[in-house]
Design a protein around this ligand. Structure first.
Ligand SMILES: Nc1nc2c(ncn2[C@@H]2O[C@H](COP(=O)(O)OP(=O)(O)OP(=O)(O)O)[C@@H](O)[C@H]2O)c(=O)[nH]1
Ligand SMILES: [Mg+2]
Length: 580
């Protein structure tokens, strides 16, 4: 089984050629329309009732058996190892977008075809600012369109996934040029969150994230006829009479009426308020449960310690939690398999009972507000007594993964003391051994890889590479970028005032804390069980250390209190008081 897994993973790691891959997916289902174009929200002048927003934020209708066929566009990164890692992650993201049926995914992750993809020149490589209108230069945009047409002629592509963070305007313009819904990195991750959420709380949080994202995507662009239009297909501007009467004071005709943009914003704001209040209720329940757990206590009247298992998505958090608690949590190769925190108990070597909390994984380049939508869930992490940071030791960009986790933990407010005490667990050490064993029978070693890499080089260094920045900038049509009202509420970091190079940079604070740790505290294989005993002893030790710290703190506080209470006022003190 292990071998199959490694082979399959190997396949995903190495097969993704750095070029357009005309592999046709086995997905046969269709996206009816994009949630991010307004096609599906064709304005209805008279209807004022609450739209089914949960549905409107989704990429495809909630048919559990439906999976969209995505076409991936990966901006080139260097070094090639980093590009390969990012490309593999993007392919995994694309294949992770799937609804579960009765708690299970229809297909085996590795039975799925790799999504068709193309590596293109990275616009931020030459200039910190990408093209404000279409992100990519015009040559790249046209080239992608050709690839899309070619792909479409074989099997219809439902949406284009650009593995970068696009502004609303860039997204809308690309949608118009490519005539396909476009998802950027944040959009796809939100879609996955929505598809994988199970519990009421996770669903609410995922919907909130989608809603905030959707609000940031509401833009008006100037259409080909020069008129302001709201949607991709130039829907009418004024869609309801609301506001007319109010603006005139009486009568039923007057004022400018409500535009589609205002109507959508209002609906989103109303829904957001309702969602926030529901999340608040769920949070209250969680707080009560946590307090009850603390009261319940462990051995010798101690409170029951909670250990939060954190880490990059797919690092093996659920597998490790299952192994340590001897339970069977849901584990899957799909990214963001876990969205709902789960608590399981374990007995440490000292016979102390603890709770392990498995939670949502982190990923690079996500805006803080997305994390904020999951604040209620992530509170478990902030409140935990100890953190276990699970790292996939086989990840080629392991440093980026580590830094991302430190960054998110900083963002959600984990105290520095807790970060220092965190146990870093390098997981999947069995994989290296496996890799060595299967190297000779590497089924991808069929000579195709090189050929495909050459193609990639052609694509990157050929027509697209020749296109100069100046030329593409000249191609920016002024009327397309005029009035680029980006209503992101400062939510998306992709706003034009934040350069994309900033987004891809590991934040300094995260680097600092990550650098303080030189390596793993323990190396394990959650799958085979190697290193788990050592890990359990380490948890015991760290918790004891925490207890001792707490005890000495309490003793100091108590003695301070006593001395304050019983100490008779000294002469020096009296003098000091008089001076003051
Ligand atoms: N070879 C190997 N595979 C592992 C190990 N631990 C986990 N995996 C595999 O890695 C994949 C992801 O594991 P999960 O436990 O679901 O990872 P996770 O961190 O919980 O992922 P998310 O919930 O999606 O964030 C699964 O296919 C596991 O079987 C390990 O020690 N060795
Ligand atoms: Mg998990």
């Amino acid at each position: 089984m292990l071998k199959t897994l490694s082979l399959a993973r190997d396949r995903l790691r190495s097969k993704a050629p750095l070029s357009s891959s005309p592999t046709s997916s086995s997905f046969t289902f269709r996206v009816l329309s994009s949630p991010f174009s307004s096609k599906r929200h064709a304005p209805k002048a008279s209807k004022e009732e609450e739209p089914p927003l949960k549905e409107s934020v989704l990429l495809y209708p909630k048919d559990p058996s439906s999976t969209p066929k995505l076409f991936l566009v990966q901006p080139r990164l260097s070094p090639p190892k980093f590009l390969q890692a990012k490309l593999n992650e993007a392919l995994c993201l694309a294949n992770s977008l799937e609804e579960q049926r009765h708690g299970y995914f229809e297909s085996d992750f590795f039975d799925k075809e790799l999504p068709s993809h193309v590596v293109v020149q990275n616009p931020v490589a030459r200039s910190p600012k990408a093209h404000v209108d279409t992100y990519f230069g015009s040559g790249t945009v046209d080239n992608i369109k050709c690839h899309l047409n070619a792909e479409d002629s074989k099997e219809e592509v439902d949406a284009v996934f650009v593995n970068a963070i696009l502004s609303a305007v860039q997204q809308r313009n690309l949608e118009r040029i490519w005539e396909k819904p476009v998802l950027d990195r944040v959009g796809l991750i939100i879609e996955i969150f929505n598809a994988h959420a199970h519990t009421k709380e996770a669903k609410l949080q995922a919907e909130l994230a989608a809603l905030m994202y959707k609000r940031s995507r509401l833009v008006r662009v100037r259409g080909t006829d020069g008129k302001q239009t709201f949607g991709q297909f130039g829907e009418a501007e004024v869609v309801s009479a609301r506001g007319r009467a109010a603006s005139k004071g009486s009568g039923f005709v007057g004022g400018a009426g409500e535009t589609e943009l205002q109507l959508q914003r209002r609906r989103i704001s109303d829904r957001k308020l309702r969602l926030l209040s529901q999340i608040k209720d769920a949070r209250r329940t969680r707080l009560l449960q946590r307090a009850a757990r603390r009261r319940q206590g462990g051995l010798e009247g101690k409170s029951l310690a909670t250990i939060a298992v954190v880490g990059y998505t797919n690092a093996g958090k659920s597998t490790l939690t299952s192994a340590l608690t001897r339970t069977a949590l849901y584990c899957n190769e799909r990214l963001f398999a876990t969205l709902d925190p789960t608590l399981k108990s374990a007995i440490l070597p000292s016979r102390r009972k603890v709770l392990l909390s498995d939670t949502v994984g982190f990923i690079s380049d996500l805006p803080i507000q997305l994390v904020e939508a999951f604040q209620s869930t992530l509170e478990e992490v902030v409140e935990a007594d100890l953190l276990l940071h699970v790292v996939d030791s086989t990840a080629p960009n392991i440093e980026e993964h580590r830094s991302t986790v430190f960054h998110v933990l900083n963002q959600i407010g984990v105290p520095e003391e807790k970060l220092k005490n965190m146990i870093e667990v390098w997981n999947k050490i069995d994989y290296e051994e496996e890799e060595e064993q299967v190297e000779d029978m590497h089924y991808l070693d069929d000579g195709k890889g090189e050929e495909e890499e050459e193609e990639a080089a052609e694509l990157i260094d050929g027509s697209i590479a020749e296109e100069t920045l100046e030329a593409s900038e000249a191609a920016v049509e002024e009327d397309q970028i005029e009035n680029q009202e980006d209503d992101s509420d400062g939510w998306l970091l992709s706003d034009e005032n934040v350069s994309d190079s900033e987004l891809w940079k590991v934040p300094e604070d995260a680097k600092l804390v990550a650098a303080q740790k030189n390596g793993p505290d323990v190396r394990v294989s959650a799958l085979t069980g190697v290193g788990l005993k050592e890990l359990m002893y380490l948890i015991d030790e760290r918790l004891k250390g925490e207890d001792d710290k707490l005890r000495s703190q309490t003793v100091v506080e108590r003695s301070e209190l006593q001395s304050r209470k019983w100490r008779p006022p000294r002469k020096d003190d009296e003098e000091l008081a008089v001076e003051q």
